[in-house]
Design a protein. Structure first.
Lengths: 517, 517
């Protein structure tokens, strides 16, 4: 692919056509530089069918910012837009608009607040909150949704897999089944959310994480085809990587060929002063096999050798494997807990695609417009009340109970600070019968969630390292109630409105309904 | 993102770590330049849960070739690999291997055959067939699978959506819910498979397709917030695009506000000599609403105005909408067939993510190695017979019956030509009780499927245009039996082996089993 194609496909035209046609309508109406405020949020946690997320992990912001920094309308982009015609041959974009776009078509006027990457996030709370000139704030929508939706989706899946694996290492192996170059974003998100390392070399380099891997069946197959066999393949691999030797034992027959050959090689390594890492199982009944393999490794004197499991794993399958090990291991004289503590999970397809729910339905909604220097709240009424977005410039807060567990996220008006309130009223976003009054002695902490990231295009935020994002994620997940952390049928976490925001919303709904009648 | 990061993440290191560690083992064993033959194929059609594909559409080849042309080990890549260490601090890659990789680490030695993009393809038939020096043929695996798996997956979904829409236009709208930059590959695949246009501007430019779109709810919302309302928003849009005017009518109330306002604008346009395209519905009961909207448009004198439907559509939902229209339209005095012929489908999330089955399980398997100048077949025995790959250099053929319908794909040895056979024996790939003997008078045509694409790195194939791929897809789908084309529970298409290939495979399985005992 030529460079021009990359630059074209991944620059400012990485957007939907209607963003540009709408921008021109705003231009013609003289509204293109009017201040507009959009919020990006998702309405529902991923639902994987047999299991559902009770929280998400935010991710994607830094790559969005990178994209925004470089994206602007180049001469080539303008020339292309100039060439586009409608069905009667009339040009779609007129010269005055294109001239404006060439001069002003960057994100230098955008101010952006966001919940940092790696944080636990919930429905209807803005992950990003964008203020800026209407035309460019509109044009930003597609790329913003693309970056943050996908990475949040995959980080969430990774957090679940990390949870189900009881904190044992998770290796991300998904590139071959990933969505083109999107695999790189997926790997990054997986690392933020809970994977510990990835097999993806390029993105590991960029992120500063060492890439990891074992070997494939093809290594054994090649040696077998050359008349050398599995043992020689293992020996060649061990000679090359004596201190980093993990052998894939299921190419021929796990228990009768792979493991005995691996043990022989591990013994050879030990005689030379090296200790193998372990073995990998990639097929069959992984719970049963890991019990048998653990037994064989123990008896051969390798009680610390890891057992890497792979083959279409996800959080539910890992959970099932662990449950099965707990039930069956004692029957074979294997200590289940010790075995679980030597497992490592290689997770590919089902992580990088968020199998079961492959998209996060994040949306980007207008919440206010600027008029005469002040912000006027905007609303869009939906036929289902829970889909009506919350209007106005807002702040988002997390409230921790006396145990230090997060008990609710609270949306307030911009000028409200629940830390100053004696009692905090939590209103359900759409059901007027549901509310909760929290006295300040029921609350251990109230934390603002949104940070200033861009102020008129200028970065005013210290981007955290990936390690810091991972630490943040661990801390946030540990402050969730165990019911919310459940892999299946989690408790519903409360996202509430302050009384004043509730009143504003209801008032606007009433007015809008009156007008539309 | 800096350019170096793009180049790093999307160049030759867009691969799995173990490809590189295995390559070094081959190097140390003196096998890195031995000829190896790998095949890429998938084992199962996508299964979306409530529905299943009966065929796939191949896609991704050209972008893979672009990647291969540019990917090579640059000094920076070598320096990075040199910096990697294992857990004891020992370097992972040694100097002699890195020197070889710097000098030889490109795909110039690779020969590649493939089934062209846009063709109907089936399980176990190689989509690509790769011969070349072992180390580089191995390193190619990840990127090859990434490109061809994902685009084939999405092209397949698009073909199904095209089928369910009865050939009415399909617009691809998925970028905001797509997988990072993978959205571009997804859009391309959607266009090959059955979408007619995309909203994705950048990739539309690169592919030479005009990007399409209507407008978003935010246009109406902005005008409403400014005190101008839906009618003014529509008027502004229509003034700007008088010949390309599609209005989104569900922001406030479809039947009581959106459609009456749209009709008023359409009348204004007509008075000025322009004809509107139509309206878009993005929420609610789309079948019911489209009947009512058709009725209103008809009565207002716009019987040809299109009705664009969107909102989490996929092939099954489109099928349900059409079924419901057929049942309900007559009740309202609306001609169902005429209505169906004015529908247009905007399909986003569920197309670009292949909702229901978000990954194609394509694999890359060694089928032969070169020894003393000739190719020796290789095999990998699996515990499930149907997972044992078919060994040896092969050709792939499509056999058409007397009706001109494809009746089977046939894998043969390299030196076989079923066109020369009086009778063709079709053996099931793993079940010895299943076979079929075709006399030549039962066959109307036998067509080779694989074309030479790269010969030792040199492109020897005229890459078809996207239009040609689309034509090929239409032709191939029309030559499928209707049972295979079904959206739900399709008939199983036969993929068979010649008698000689069957014999070779069984002989190799027998030998391998004997050796492993």
């Amino acid at each position: 692919m030529q460079t021009f194609e990359h630059d074209t496909m991944e620059g400012i035209l990485f957007t939907d056509m209607y963003q540009l046609t709408m921008a021109q309508v705003y231009f013609r109406a003289g509204q293109h530089e009017r201040g507009a405020h959009f919020e990006h949020f998702f309405r529902d946690y991923p639902n994987y069918g047999a299991h559902q997320a009770g929280y998400c992990i935010s991710a994607g912001l830094e790559w969005l910012l990178n994209w925004m920094r470089n994206a602007h309308f180049r001469d080539e982009d303008i020339a292309y837009l100039r060439s586009l015609t409608g069905r009667t041959g009339r040009r779609m974009f007129e010269d005055d608009f294109l001239t404006w776009l060439r001069a002003n078509g960057s994100f230098e006027g955008i101010s952006l607040r966001a919940i940092p990457e790696g944080r636990v996030v919930h429905p209807n709370v803005p992950l990003t909150s964008v203020q800026g000139p209407l035309a460019m704030a509109q044009i930003l929508e597609t790329a913003l949704l693309n970056h943050v939706n996908f990475q949040t989706l995959v980080a969430t899946k990774a957090a679940r897999i990390h949870e189900s694996g009881r904190g044992r290492p998770v290796l991300e192996f998904g590139l071959r089944r990933a969505q083109g170059k999107g695999g790189n974003a997926g790997t990054r998100a997986a690392l933020i959310g809970g994977a510990d390392f990835s097999s993806n070399v390029g993105v590991s380099q960029v992120l500063g994480y060492p890439p990891k891997g074992t070997h494939a069946h093809s290594l054994v197959q090649i040696f077998t085809s050359l008349g050398l066999g599995e043992l020689e393949a293992f020996r060649a691999y061990a000679d090359m990587y004596p201190d980093d030797c993990t052998l894939l034992v299921d190419t021929i027959d796990t228990l009768h060929s792979g493991v005995p050959n691996a043990i022989r090689i591990f013994e050879e390594l030990r005689r030379k002063g090296h200790e193998a890492i372990g073995v990998r199982l990639d097929s069959g009944d992984l719970a049963y096999l890991s019990i048998q393999v653990a037994k064989m490794l123990d008896e051969a004197g390798f009680p610390l050798a890891s057992i890497v499991l792979s083959n279409d794993l996800d959080e539910l399958i890992i959970w099932q494997i662990i449950t099965q090990i707990r039930e069956e291991a004692p029957r074979y004289g294997v200590d289940a807990d010790k075995l679980i503590c030597r497992l490592v999970y290689g997770v590919g397809t089902r992580l990088i695609t968020s199998a079961g729910d492959p998209a996060l339905g994040g949306v980007y909604k207008l919440v206010a417009v600027q008029a005469d220097g002040s912000w006027v709240p905007a609303i869009k009424i939906s036929e289902s009340p829970e889909k009506t977005p919350n209007p106005a410039n807002k702040k988002a807060w997390r409230i921790y109970d006396r145990r230090g567990k997060a008990t609710a996220d609270l949306l307030s008006l911009e000028d409200e600070d629940p830390r100053q309130m004696k009692r905090v009223m939590l209103r359900h976003p759409s059901d007027h019968t549901k509310y909760r009054l929290l006295a300040d002695n029921e609350v251990s902490e109230i934390e603002p969630l949104l940070v200033d990231v861009l102020r008129e295009g200028k970065l005013v935020y210290d981007l955290p390292s990936l390690d810091a994002m991972r630490e943040q994620r661990k801390a946030d997940v540990s402050r969730l109630d165990p019911g919310v952390r459940r892999l299946v049928n989690p408790h519903v976490y409360h996202v509430s409105l302050t009384q004043r925001l509730w009143d504003l919303k209801q008032g606007m709904i009433g007015t809008a309904l009156q007008q539309s009648r």
